[in-house]
Design a protein around this ligand. Structure first.
Ligand code: ACO
Length: 325
């Protein structure tokens, strides 16, 4: 039976690096606090012209090159983002135009940091029914445009960037073979963007500063560890596997302390856990595809390796996905 398989990966990051030392000049914080509480040393911040859709298209182009495909061969483009280019039209339509993917249809999904994994699952279901399809899934964010740069609780955490994967099908046992997706909308207010209750511009408060990220950090921390370890265990059990059968775990890169707690709950050795949060911070929907591309380019994933993704984000949303590379 055919399964959806990743044929190529790519990523695209803004030029500018923002260091913890620079953040010390912007809010009351320190490199020592940020490093010890989050593991983040630097993050990338988009500059003039580095719009969400351009980062997304840059990552998509590299994934196509890596797969040996052209944009004209794409049937579908999914962009996962919570910082879209515009509310309408979708960022995916901008990407389609930028790439010249004239034969594809395109749309966005928003599942916050879980978006790319939801997108891979969605693409795998299309491909299961139409194995000839080629699908580009992108996670892309310009969170620097949604961060309150005066709020030290959040502004030190996030970064910009995009990552992408091109999917096709194979019938040799390789590919995506399991997933579990979860949401709990009752906990939406633990992590959200500020906004008036009414979307009617005439009813917005005069002092509203725009849609900026607000977070209850300690509650998010606890839910992230519990939800990710739970969904990974559920998925492994469903597939009759254990952590010992997995070659590489690529978790959402939110915070090194979340990752270390997850690692200890699941009993994962260091060499099986991919970490790059120190370089890019939390890039939300882009975090897993950027990490996946780095792991791929570094030769950390070999043919037939079992790769496990796991993620958690606003919504709340969380998910895990298994594939044989
Ligand atoms: N620099 C210095 N001090 C700070 C900073 C900062 N950047 N931010 C907060 N503080 C202060 C707080 O004001 C507080 O001070 P107070 O005691 O005087 O009130 C103190 O540090 C301790 O704050 P806590 O919230 O208890 O710190 P904690 O150890 O929980 O760390 C953090 C905060 C890093 C946000 C942590 O809760 C966390 O990582 N949460 C997960 C958040 C996350 O990853 N969100 C991303 C989105 S969701 C996702 O992607 C999974």
């Amino acid at each position: 039976m055919c399964k959806a398989v990743i044929l190529g990966t790519g990523s695209c990051l803004p030029e500018r690096t923002l260091t913890n030392a620079e953040l010390e000049q912007m809010v009351e914080t320190s490199d020592q606090w940020i490093t010890s509480r989050t593991g983040i040393k630097t993050r990338r911040i988009s500059g003039a012209g580095e719009y969400n859709y351009r980062l997304a298209a840059g990552a998509g182009r590299k994934a196509l090159d890596n797969a040996g495909l052209t944009a004209a061969e794409l049937d579908m483009i999914i962009v996962a983002t919570l910082s879209p280019q515009k509310i309408m039209p979708s960022t995916a339509c901008f990407v389609q135009a930028e790439l010249g993917a004239d034969n594809a249809f395109a749309y966005d999904i928003n599942a916050a940091c879980t978006g790319f994994t939801y997108g891979l699952d969605l693409a795998s279901k299309y491909i299961a029914s139409q194995p000839e399809m080629k699908v580009l899934v992108i996670g892309s964010e310009t969170l620097s445009t949604r961060v309150d740069w005066e709020d030290r609780n959040t502004c030190v955490l996030f970064g910009d960037g995009a990552g992408a994967a091109v999917l096709g099908s194979r019938d040799d046992g390789r590919g995506i073979f399991g997933s579990k997706l979860r949401s709990d909308g009752r906990l939406w207010n633990l992590l959200h963007m500020d906004g008036p209750e009414s979307q009617n511009p005439a009813l917005q408060p005069e002092d509203w500063q725009g849609a900026l990220i607000r977070m209850n950090g300690s509650d998010i921390f606890k839910h992230a560890v519990r939800a990710m370890s739970g969904v990974v265990n559920d998925l492994l059990e469903q597939q009759g596997l254990s952590v010992a059968d997995v070659d590489l775990i690529i978790p959402h890169q939110a915070n090194i302390r979340i990752l270390r707690k997850l690692q200890s709950r699941l009993d994962v050795p260091d060499e099986k856990l991919f970490v790059n949060v120190d370089k890019y911070g939390n890039t939300s929907a882009a975090s897993i595809p950027i990490a996946l591309d780095e792991a791929n380019q570094q030769g950390r994933i070999k043919e037939n390796d079992v790769v496990l993704l796991c993620t958690f984000g606003a919504g709340l949303t969380w998910a895990s996905l298994l594939m044989r590379w």
